[in-house]
Write a protein that binds this ligand. Sequence first.
Ligand code: FE2
Length: 398
Amino acid sequence: MTQAPTRPVITEDTAEDVDRLIGAVAHDIAEDPFPVKGLDHIRFYVGNAKQSAHYYSTAFGMTCVAYRGPEQGYRDHAEYVLISGSARFVFVGGVHGNAEATQHYARHGDGIADIALEVPDVDKAYQHAIDQGATGLGEPHDVTDDNGTVRVAAIATYGETRHTLIDRSRYSGPFLPGFVTRAPIVERPAGGPKRYFQAVDHVVGNVELGRMDEWVEFYKRVMGFTNMAEFVGDDIATDYSALMSKVVASGTRKVKFPLNEPAVSKRKSQIDEYLEFYGGSGAQHIAVATNDIIASVDAMRAAGVEFLDTPDSYYDDQELRARIGQVRVPIEELKARKILVDRDEDGYLLQIFTKPVQDRPTVFFELIERHGSLGFGKGNFKALFEAIEREQERRGNL
Ligand SMILES: [Fe+2]
C-alpha cells in the first residue's frame, strides 16, 4: 500500500490559502442583512496579561505586535495584542481591583470577553441587530488617533460575552487607536515552524440546559447566520457525559459558532462542569487552523502545551481505520501524537484538543487541519468525551 505524502498539502501564502484552511466558501456578503467580513479579534480578560502574553508567545507561537496600558494613558488595563497568521488575540489584565477585567476575572477566571467581528458597515449591522432584538452594549461611534479612525459598536451574546463590531477600513495603526507597536516578546526557536496556526476556524459557546436553540435562533435572526449540517444529539452521548450541539455560520463560513448545551445524563457532563466553574455561559474553545498539525503539535508539546490524551484503542479500532481511509500521514504518526481523524462526504480533518489553558477547567484550544471536510469532528466526540471524562474524574468532578 502506498502511503500518502507527509508534507502539508495546503500552503499558507495567500488569503485564498487561508480561506481553504478554514473551509470558507464563495458568498457575496453584500446580500446579507448583517454583512460580516470575518473575525477581527478575540479578547481575553485574564488574571495576568503580562504572563499570558508570554505564555501564548512561547507555547502557542503567537507574536506580540501591539500594546496599550497606563504608559499610554489608559489607567485601567494592560492590553497585549498577539497574532498568528490572520488570527488576532488581545490579552487584557486589570491594573487595579476595580478594573473591568479584574472584576470579570474574579467571576469567570481567564475567559473570552469579546468575539469581535469585522464588518463593512457598523451602523447598518448594529441597527439590524437591535431591530432583531439584540441587546446593545455600545452605540456606533468613532475612535480616532494619529493613525486614523475606526468605527465600533457592541452587542451582547451569551453570558457576559459580547460581539464588538468594527470597521477598520480607515485605520492604519498596529491594532486600534491608543495601541502602540510592540516588539515580539520572545524569539522563535530555530528550526521550528514559522507559526503554529494561521487562522481562527471556529469559536464554540457553552450555554445552559435547554437554551441552545434560543442562541441558534439569535444568530440566525440577528446576524443572518445559517445552520451548518453538523448536529450532535444523543448519538454521541457516552454513559457519563452528554451534550447537544448545533453550528451556525456566516455566509462565507469564515465565522463559525458551534453552540453546546448539556444534555441530561447520569453524571455531570463536561458542559455542566464548564458552566459551574466559568460561572455561567461562555466561550468554551477556540479552534485554530494549521496546515501542518504534526509540526504544530510537536512544537507546542515541546513548549509545554498539554493535549488531551486519546486511548490507543482509538487508533487500533478496525472500524475506525476503515472509516478514515487514507490520510496524509501514517496513522502511527497520529497515534504517537494523539491526533484525531474524522471523515465525511466532503473529505477529512485532523484535530487535537488542549487541556484547559488556565486554572479553572473552562477554556481550551483545538488545532484543526482540514482536507475538504467542513465538519467539526462529530465522529470524534465520543472518543474525545471519554478522554475529557478521565481528566474530570482526576479532578473529582465526574
Ligand atoms: Fe471545535
